[in-house]
Design a protein around this ligand. Structure first.
Ligand code: AMP
Length: 139
């Protein structure tokens, strides 16, 4: 498998070299708004530790990360009054991965509402910020 690239875009977000709309952070993990949301409230949960995806991740890192995925799933469901929550995680291009730092998509779902395409349209920053505030208010 290709080695982890410490200059990938999420590594730059972790280092504060490029901006993100964060909703949560702790010692091991951060969560921020996806800039091309598939539905309002689409967040990404990433470990601070660098791995390409689930295939090369340290199991201890996975344990810490999934607990935060659960926290964010519960929070986005409440913040967006959703009927369900979609959690997705892709490994390697053949599986749809486009950013090579382990991440989990957490997306609130409403009955009958289709998801927008993956990596589709860039959302307005003010909309992302307003949605982040809704999630932070629940957290
Ligand atoms: P994946 O295909 O699972 O690797 O998904 C990568 C996700 O990262 C996509 O949903 C993109 O919309 C999202 N994304 C890409 N660049 C950024 C960024 N700078 N900030 C937030 N989300 C991003």
């Amino acid at each position: 498998m290709t080695a982890y690239d410490p200059n990938n875009i999420f590594a730059k977000i972790l280092k504060g070299e490029i901006p993100s709309t964060r909703v949560y952070e702790d010692e091991h993990t951060i969560a921020f708004m996806d800039v091309m949301p598939q539905a309002p409230g689409h967040v990404l949960v990433i470990p601070r530790d660098g791995s390409r995806n689930i295939l090369d991740a340290d199991p201890a890192v996975l344990q810490n990360t999934i607990v935060v995925v659960q926290k964010l799933a519960v929070a986005v469901k409440e913040a967006f009054d959703a009927d369900g929550v979609y959690v997705a995680q892709f490994n390697e291009p053949a599986a749809g991965q486009t950013v090579f730092h382990l991440h989990f998509h957490v997306i609130p779902r409403h009955e009958g509402a289709a998801l927008k395409p993956h990596s589709g349209t860039m959302e307005n920053f003010d909309v992302l910020a307003a949605n982040a505030e809704k999630i932070k208010a629940v957290l």
